[in-house]
Design a protein around this ligand. Structure first.
Ligand SMILES: *Cc1c(COP(=O)(O)O)cnc(C)c1O
Length: 262
């Protein structure tokens, strides 16, 4: 391979990078084996679940190595970190077909910045955020920076109302109305489905079951909203059992995060 491993700077010394590549290859194999086993257990095809690598707090060099290993979908949860990282990965691997997902809580005033790097925003949880994103995409379209709509998922809250306030997410009863609003911004936003994070410190199964029901309700009105993004390092098996089409995995792929990241 003719990739310049020094491009990442001191942390990207060839020997380090070779070792890290081997580590990531091993954990990627293990995560894919878990997904395949979960699909088999659920009687689903192995190709039905997409793996998204959550690279938050890890360097661009790791994201670049993941693209070498065949990963296309990469996710971040903070705009400030993601914009520069996506640019760095593009510089390190200009040929890699990286596709960036925003999965973190998003303030409306970041909409303009997020549409510069994100191909998909999985964390749309309010009409005001949807409107801000639609406006940011429209402005980018007017400037000729983008043509098509932005793929979005509605982040559904599986928490109690007070937790939802803190952690974000659209309350389940409000999902259909938000889906309708997004669908009306069709030139700017393409509703691809629903995303959620299981509640902290509880059995994720009942929450994923409620999510699957809410997703089915959205799909009745919006048949193209086929994506169900659920499952992380600790609960991807349960999510796949409840119909997840997209698991978002950080720790099990990249290791523990030293920095606390919401
Ligand atoms: C960090 C994060 C993940 C990945 O979590 P892990 O437990 O490290 O796999 C998935 N989804 C969201 C929204 C996240 O913020």
């Amino acid at each position: 391979m003719s990739v310049d491993h020094n491009a990442a700077g001191p942390a990207g010394e060839p020997a380090d990078q070779e070792q890290r590549r081997a580590e990531l290859a091993e954990s990627l194999r293990a995560v894919r084996a878990r997904i395949d086993a979960a699909c088999a257990a659920a009687g689903r095809g192995p190709g039905e679940v997409r793996l998204v690598a959550v690279t938050k707090t890890f360097p661009a060099s790791d994201a670049a190595l993941l693209t070498d290993l065949g990963m296309t979908d990469l996710a971040e949860n903070r705009d400030q970190e993601a914009g520069p990282k996506a640019a760095e990965v593009a510089a390190l691997r200009p040929e890699a077909p990286a596709r960036w997902h925003m999965v973190g809580r998003l303030q409306r005033n970041k909409a303009r910045s997020v549409v510069r790097w994100a191909h998909e925003v999985q964390s749309v949880d309010s009409p005001r955020l949807a409107e801000a994103l639609a406006k940011a995409v429209r402005n980018a379209q007017d400037r000729g920076e983008t043509s098509g709509p932005l793929d979005v998922l509605i982040q559904a809250s599986l928490d109690s109302p007070d937790e939802a306030e803190r952690r974000g997410g659209c309350p389940l009863p409000d999902l259909p109305a938000l889906a309708d609003l997004i669908a009306r911004s069709g030139e700017q936003l393409r509703l691809r489905g629903v995303m959620a994070v299981a509640p902290l410190g509880q059995d994720p199964e009942p929450a994923f079951a409620r999510l699957a029901e809410a997703h089915a309700r959205v799909r009745r009105d919006h048949p193209d909203a086929t994506e169900l993004s659920a499952g992380m390092s600790g609960d991807l098996e349960q999510a796949v059992a409840h119909g997840s089409t997209c698991v978002r995995v950080g720790t099990a792929l990249l290791g523990g995060r030293r920095l606390a990241s919401p």
